[in-house]
Write a protein that binds this ligand. Structure first.
Ligand code: AMP
Ligand code: MG
Length: 485
């Protein structure tokens, strides 16, 4: 592994230099061979991989650091969070010149741990591995999972649980909260350095723009819009959209109490700690704007020497956010029914469908994925089964087909759009829970691995895996998810 580190060359108050704390008996659960190859990691034995990705062996060139950051959690500012149970081993540059962070999560205490033990139970490790890899296959920008190991140690939560370490790969771990950390301390010099580092690492295109810090705000807003609309398109609820979990490059980060909804409901919330539904499915576009306002506030001193001028410029970017978000969202949703959002009636058609799905408690994924069978005159039963209001959905189907015809695309083209916009397999909560239970109780990872192989081909038919497509039976339903850290 060839490390090429850069973040550790920033001033010392950006991080703490600290090695991962070794664990008792590391055993490899799984290693992401394909991703490893892309990162240029040579073949190694399972024993070597377990040592490296538990933090028991440090590879040449790594220079572990725990990153400092702050953040707004559920709307309230916390001036110091930071990597309390993670360390960045270093950065790898791939042959196509993208730099990736390699981070261990669950690697022991750091100065940012506060009261925490710096460790992670196995459950959240499996959860993140499965959901992040599934998200990647669903073409949603995300951090990736490179490896998962068991530690041979127990961690104490409500009960004793087996411990694990996840290796996370990210384009970077810079968050809105990283900017907030320095802005809150009024360390403008560091803020400047962070902004320049971010532009240099991620946004070379804006390097020469006339006001590059204003451009930074614009481009980060754009990335958030792209990200959140993709979440909406697959029915994903992040669950903790705090600013410390808002990645600057627009990757999904921090798979805590996240969930995929089964029945469509804009108010869907799964996280046990989100009592007011701040991070409900339908609130996510608005929260993304709230988070970008926090980011804009941090950049004020960099945008213009005159505060009022800087505020006006930043405000304009924020004011443009809702329309851009809405357009992007409509584009994604219209595509799910094979319609071009620019056509005048497309938004009416999709809005009507969503309204019927809501009142009929239709399964989000099955409703959309079964549309390709309807258009193909194959079989409408799965689609129709999602609705109790038979007459209304039949009327909708007529209207929908009329609009499809107006587009003058061949039926083959429509089918292609529908199939590529609507996955068959998503990480449903009951499937994830089942894999975690088996792993945690019996140290049995067969279900995790089977699920992983299914979820990484979400658009394929996989007729032998139909049971992984269906919605949960009443007794299988998971109504709450937990941070579980
Ligand atoms: P999260 O909920 O993952 O966004 O984490 C919020 C903050 O709590 C971050 O600063 C984490 O590093 C810290 N944290 C979470 N779990 C632990 C733990 N087990 N030990 C130490 N710090 C933790
Ligand atoms: Mg976090």
């Amino acid at each position: 592994m060839l490390f090429n580190n850069s973040y550790n060359k920033l001033p010392e108050d950006f991080f703490q230099r600290i090695n991962p704390i070794p664990v008792k008996n590391p055993q490899l659960i799984t290693f992401n061979t394909k991703l490893g190859k892309r990162l240029g990691i040579e073949k190694k034995s399972n024993e070597q991989l377990a040592k490296i990705f538990s933090g028991n062996a440090l590879i040449k060139g790594s220079s572990p650091i725990a990153l400092a950051y702050a953040g707004h959690q559920f709307g309230y500012f916390v001036n110091q969070l930071g990597d309390g149970r993670a360390v960045l081993l270093g950065e790898i540059s791939t042959p196509n010149n993208i730099r990736y962070d390699i981070q261990l999560k669950g690697s022991g205490q750091t100065k940012f741990s506060r009261q925490g033990d710096g460790r992670s139970p196995l459950g959240p490790v499996i959860r993140e591995y499965l959901i992040s890899e599934s998200m990647n296959s669903l073409r949603v920008p995300t951090t990736r999972s490179l490896a998962a190991v068991t530690t041979g140690e127990e961690v104490i939560r409500e009960t004793k649980l087996p411990g694990g370490v996840l290796t996370r790969v990210a384009e970077s771990h810079i968050r809105v909260g990283t900017f907030e950390y320095f802005a809150a301390q009024n360390k403008i010099d560091n803020l400047h350095k962070l902004a320049d580092y971010t532009i240099n690492r991620h946004f070379q295109d804006i390097k020469d723009s006339s006001n590059k810090y204003l451009s930074l705000l614009e481009v980060v807003c754009e990335k958030q819009i792209q990200l959140v609309t993709k979440w909406m398109g697959v029915g994903f609820i992040h669950g903790v959209m705090n600013t410390d979990n808002t990645s600057i490059v627009g990757e999904t980060i921090d798979y805590g109490p996240c969930a995929f909804m089964d029945e469509y409901d804009p108010a869907a919330v799964f996280s046990s700690i989100d009592t007011h539904g701040r991070y409900a499915y339908g609130n996510q576009p608005l929260i993304a704007q709230w988070n970008m306002t926090c980011f804009a506030n941090c950049l004020i001193p960099l945008i213009d020497n005159k505060i009022q001028k800087a505020q006006e410029k930043a405000q304009e970017v924020i004011n443009n956010f809702p329309k851009k978000m809405n357009d992007s969202l409509m584009k994604v949703m219209c595509k799910k029914v094979g319609l071009d959002f620019k056509k005048s009636d497309s938004d009416k058609v999709i809005k009507k469908l969503l309204q019927l799905m809501h009142s009929n408690q239709s399964d989000f994924t099955l409703t959309f994925s079964s549309l390709s069978k309807v258009i193909n005159d194959e079989d409408s039963s799965v689609f129709l089964r999602q609705f109790k209001e038979n007459k209304k959905i039949t009327e909708w189907l007529i209207e929908w087909k009329k609009n499809i015809k107006k587009q003058k695309l061949s039926s083959k083209e429509v089918l292609k759009i529908l199939r590529s916009s609507n996955p068959n397999f998503i990480p449903r909560n009951h499937l994830i829970e089942n894999a975690i239970t088996l792993a945690t109780k019996d140290n049995d990872f067969t279900e995790m691995k089977k699920l992983l192989s299914i979820l990484t081909k979400p658009y394929s038919n996989q007729s032998s895996n139909k049971d992984y497509m269906r919605s949960p039976k009443p007794e299988e339903k998971v109504s709450q998810t937990f941070c579980g850290t």
